[in-house]
Design a protein around this ligand. Structure first.
Ligand code: ATP
Ligand code: MG
Length: 137
């Protein structure tokens, strides 16, 4: 079994899509092992998106991800990392296939509703950013 970090991003929370998005992962059969509503700070954003901090779009990404609460989810299942990534769709909502979360609910490249760890190393790095060990079941 794998564990992965999912974020329901501020746009999705603000648009009242959190339950709909969480249901998709539950319906797929992933097990929730951690869950919290929280505000991402600038410091947390820089830690999470360390690979993007130097990129030209980072100031806008920081503004977006800190614009309102997110829901952080640690999810577990067989090949959970790639299962979640395929359910999310590609980064840009306009290019995401119908049937994916980004493909069904958005047209933005930045406000793209959901984050999922993009590999085992990312999952191992990201889950502890959002959850203390005692917050995971
Ligand atoms: P995430 O890491 O959030 O799961 P991703 O892996 O599909 O998304 P990344 O390339 O890691 O995409 O980019 C991280 C996030 O930064 C994107 O989800 C999006 O919100 C934002 N982003 C990426 N590229 C751009 C861009 N060119 N302009 C504006 N925002 C961008
Ligand atoms: Mg990414």
């Amino acid at each position: 079994l794998e564990r992965t970090l999912i974020l329901i991003k501020p746009d999705a929370v603000q648009r009242r899509l959190a339950g709909t998005i969480l249901s998709r992962f539950e319906n797929k059969g992933l097990k929730i092992v951690g869950l919290k509503l929280m505000q991402v700070t600038k410091e947390l954003s820089a830690e999470h998106y360390a690979e993007h901090v130097e990129k030209p779009f980072y100031p806008l990404l920081e503004e977006f991800i800190t614009s309102g609460p997110v829901i952080a989810i640690a999810a577990e299942g067989p090949e959970a990392i790639s299962v979640v990534r395929s359910m999310m769709g590609s980064t840009n909502g306009r290019e995401s296939a119908p049937g994916t979360i980004r493909g069904d609910f958005g047209v933005s490249r930045q406000m793209n509703l959901v984050h999922g760890s993009d590999g085992p190393e990312a999952a191992a790095r990201e889950i502890p950013i959002y959850f203390k060990p005692e917050e995971l079941v």
